[in-house]
Design a protein around this ligand. Sequence first.
Ligand code: NAG
Ligand code: NAG
Ligand code: NAG
Ligand code: NAG
Length: 278
Amino acid sequence: MAVLRIFLLGAIGLISHSALCAQTGASNSGNSLTESTTRGPHFDASASKNVTALLGKTAYLNCRVKNLANRTMSPQVSWVRHRDVHLLTVGRYTYTSDQRFRAIHQPHSEDWTLQIKYPQHRDSGVYECQVSSTPHLSHFIHLTVIEPDTEIVGGPELFIDRGSTINLTCVVRHSPEPPAFIFWNHNDAIISYTSSRGGVSVSTERGETSRSVLLIQKAKPSDSGNYQCNPSNARPANVTVHVLNGEHPEAMQHGGNQRMGPSLGALAFISYVLLAYC
Ligand SMILES: *[C@@H]1O[C@H](CO)[C@@H](O)[C@H](O)[C@H]1NC(C)=O
Ligand SMILES: *[C@@H]1O[C@H](CO)[C@@H](O)[C@H](O)[C@H]1NC(C)=O
Ligand SMILES: *[C@@H]1O[C@H](CO)[C@@H](O)[C@H](O)[C@H]1NC(C)=O
Ligand SMILES: *[C@@H]1O[C@H](CO)[C@@H](O)[C@H](O)[C@H]1NC(C)=O
């Protein structure tokens, strides 16, 4: 009798111990490394990240699945476009008729990659990596397609006082390669750095973000007008420069400042009102 009671107590102890373990195991799921080898298929989120792609430059969406197959089960990994629930790939096969998509998978690899050639803005959105286990598992990856962007700092209008330096900085971001060259135009004519005007210089710095700084010393009213920055492989950008002839001392400053716009407008309005009452 005593032996049986000890056995029962032991059994209850064992059960409650395993229940406790199961509970702590569940609360740890997702970050316990030792457990990851014993559970079924799951995603490696650190190797299956959101992707930012350049317009037209081949993009790769990766999905890494751990413990995908065992002796009895071998689930498939599929890619589904969320926007229209379109099945793109299943395993190593490409299902969609859109030839820009391709499934890439090396045997024995944990990576199931979706290749997208010539990505367009409309390809931006959510892609689902799905594992056909029971129940299904899903991991969502956001693709963002961006394009080169050109900006002239302080634009679209710059007010500069006569005699000071016009300093225009053109910034080119997200170009597939640094631009081979960046041209500057003034009222549609290419700016010459060796013209008789003198005092015109440019310095260009190429990289992931490229910068071209155009400096025009001793600004004259004839330097007013539209300035355009033309990178070889990105859209142009432009600013309108107003060289002030000393008529509004309050608006004068070194370098450009867009915020001068409204106050100038207000000044013009006040002058107009004063004139109207004369
Ligand atoms: C992926 O992008 C979406 C939308 O921008 C965001 O909500 C999500 O947190 C991102 N996921 C990761 C892992 O960064
Ligand atoms: C094999 O994996 C499936 C789920 O994918 C799981 O239900 C099953 O228990 C696993 N079998 C073995 C022997 O690990
Ligand atoms: C021109 O402006 C940029 C910022 O837009 C600044 O970094 C640079 O020092 C300026 N150069 C001169 C000569 O004023
Ligand atoms: C200047 O830029 C604006 C806005 O990007 C654009 O609408 C305009 O056509 C450009 N003007 C010239 C002369 O390039």
